[in-house]
Write a protein that binds this ligand. Sequence first.
Ligand SMILES: C[C@@H](O)[C@H](N)C(=O)O
Ligand SMILES: C[C@@H](O)[C@H](N)C(=O)O
Lengths: 159, 159
Amino acid sequence: EKELVSGIAYSSDEAKVTLVKVLDKPGVAAAIFGPLAEANINVDMIVQNVSEDGKATDLTFTVAQNDLERTVAKIEERHQDLGYGTLVHDSKVAKISVIGVGMRSHAGVAQTMFQTLAEKGINIQVISTSEIKVSVLIEEQYTELAVRALHSAYALGTL
Amino acid sequence: EKELVSGIAYSSDEAKVTLVKVLDKPGVAAAIFGPLAEANINVDMIVQNVSEDGKATDLTFTVAQNDLERTVAKIEERHQDLGYGTLVHDSKVAKISVIGVGMRSHAGVAQTMFQTLAEKGINIQVISTSEIKVSVLIEEQYTELAVRALHSAYALGTL
Ligand SMILES: C[C@@H](O)[C@H](N)C(=O)O
Ligand SMILES: C[C@@H](O)[C@H](N)C(=O)O
């Protein structure tokens, strides 16, 4: 497992935007990102989970901290059309990724990553994975603690 | 935007497992994936959004359909330790991904993808992104409809 992980990446330039209680019906996600694309706002992570009640769910995405104000304005001006409950944003987050090409299963890599963060008392706010990565959003103030702890957990040498 | 997308990938061999209302405190995510890693269960997507109330949130992950029974058993036997509300699973899902290397922003690619699915009346259950991809989970029965519609939306030629 340890040999699979080739590096730890992090970025503390991200801001998190969460639309709480968007309607869970076709067309809603498209309506959110259309205006952001037109305004040339760079969206990085997009994370949405299943809705529990089949009616509404939350949708989180990240933008560069410099784009947060524009993003919030663009979304809030269409609050009526989009029909979400509330918009919550937080620019004090950091994205931490564990990278491993050929990661056949995320379970082992994820478990080590999550366990390492837990041992440092760092709460995981958002999780997203790709074929070669496990990424989390944590509070920005823990960036260095997290990166150092993960470096040693995966025996990647000292920073 | 269209030239950025190089392909559409899909897999209907996945089953979705959602733990509803897991406690939102350090160590919970690690406790979920440890036993799955030990049992050599391949976990593909892991998606978790922020908790609204700071107390609990939902966590979804996917495994191969063949591993669903084992996975559910492994999690349910530790229901007390993990302290989640309920476990929901569904093997009638498909993962559809739009792939584009050099996708600077997900907003444009995502908007086209989400809009195309909406026009076909296909509801998006889960969303997750990586540097080169936007992936969604939809109902398995719409796999072919989705893949064909996305091929023509990104002018990738007919299937
Ligand atoms: C919530 C949102 O993803 C909705 N289900 C849609 O398909 O657009
Ligand atoms: C929900 C889960 O991700 C929890 N926040 C943890 O850090 O483990």
